[in-house]
Design a protein around this ligand. Structure first.
Ligand SMILES: C[S@@+](CC[C@H](N)C(=O)[O-])C[C@H]1O[C@@H](n2cnc3c(N)ncnc32)[C@H](O)[C@@H]1O
Length: 288
């Protein structure tokens, strides 16, 4: 499964829904209560899971611009949103690069915008009331965080960013090589993923600093994935992906990682594996 396949995003979506910090979603709900309509830009939107998670709880008239580098994922978003809308009893319309759902006082309009966010934000059309960023920040650079904070401040948008990996995972039962695998993953996270040298788990710290510089207030809250035997497929996919990344050079290293992987997959198979993956969510707003 590739890093950003629709299959991977489908697999993680229920865990993401369970993990997003409820206290920050509550802030979002309270903020949107004061609006008649909101214009949202979702950066690195994938198949639209952030919209599906938030839209039902906030003001019912919404326009979303889903931005992703992958036109394929945005097409998948279109398909998934239609199924999601039908499940909610909404009548949906799919148009070229657009989608709309209406019913019971609800009006959701979506624009699919395939573009590389490595090129910045400056030509994203206003108005932008809310910027959402879900499971993306570990890929971005210090300059990208600075530009994001500046852009939010120029357009006057509130910012919600969630599921930002904090650099820690914890398995039960533990294994002596857990720390080394985690270190290898965190080093890999620092490689350039197309938006400058990646910050990995440092992204939230940097973004908080940049938001403060442009006069934003921020709050954060933990949003860990708490995975048990019911999430065996997700755990197994993570273990396989991490062991591929941590395999490293040299026979001794790859044998150790291979033993770690076998231990982990056996525990998952036996329904005895529990995994906590640390994430942080952030809500930031301009000081008035
Ligand atoms: C981990 S996925 C998260 C997707 C979605 N936000 C979610 O929470 O399910 C990261 C997304 O960022 C997108 N992405 C990565 N680099 C990008 C770039 N330079 N420009 C635009 N999108 C990018 C990927 O295509 C992928 O859909």
């Amino acid at each position: 499964m590739s890093a950003f396949s629709a299959e991977w995003l489908d697999l993680r979506e229920p865990a993401d829904v369970a993990a997003r910090a409820p206290e920050l979603i509550e802030r979002l709900v309270q903020w949107s209560d004061g609006c008649e309509h909101i214009a949202v830009v979702d950066l690195g939107a994938g198949t639209g899971s952030c919209l599906r998670a938030l839209a039902p709880d906030i003001v019912s008239s919404q326009t979303w611009r889903l931005i992703d580098r992958s036109g394929t994922l945005l097409q998948e978003a279109n398909t998934r949103l239609s199924a999601w809308g039908h499940d909610r009893g909404l009548s949906t319309q799919e148009m070229h690069n657009c989608w709309r759902a209406m019913g019971k006082g609800v009006d959701y309009r979506v624009v699919f915008d395939a573009r590389d966010l490595g090129a910045g934000f400056n030509n994203i059309a206003p108005p932008v009331d809310l910027v959402t960023v879900s499971a993306l920040l570990d890929l971005v650079s210090e300059v990208w965080c600075r530009d994001l904070a500046r852009w939010c401040s120029v357009v006057g948008a509130t910012l919600y960013t969630c599921l930002n990996y904090d650099g820690k995972f914890h398995f039960t039962p533990s294994h002596p090589d857990d720390h080394d695998v985690c270190d290898a993953i965190n080093q890999h996270q620092r490689r350039d993923k197309g938006m400058g040298p990646a910050l990995g788990s440092d992204a939230i710290r940097v973004l908080l600093r940049e938001l403060a510089i442009v006069g934003y207030q921020s709050v954060t809250a933990p949003s860990p994935w708490l995975l048990g035997p019911d999430n065996g497929t997700l755990q197994g996919t993570l273990v396989r992906g991490w062991s591929n990344l941590a395999g490293g050079e040299g026979e001794e290293c790859s044998e150790r990682v291979s033993r770690w992987r076998s231990f982990r997959l056996a525990a998952i198979e036996a329904c005895q594996s529990y995994l906590n993956v640390g994430h942080v969510d952030l809500w930031a707003w301009p000081e008035r």
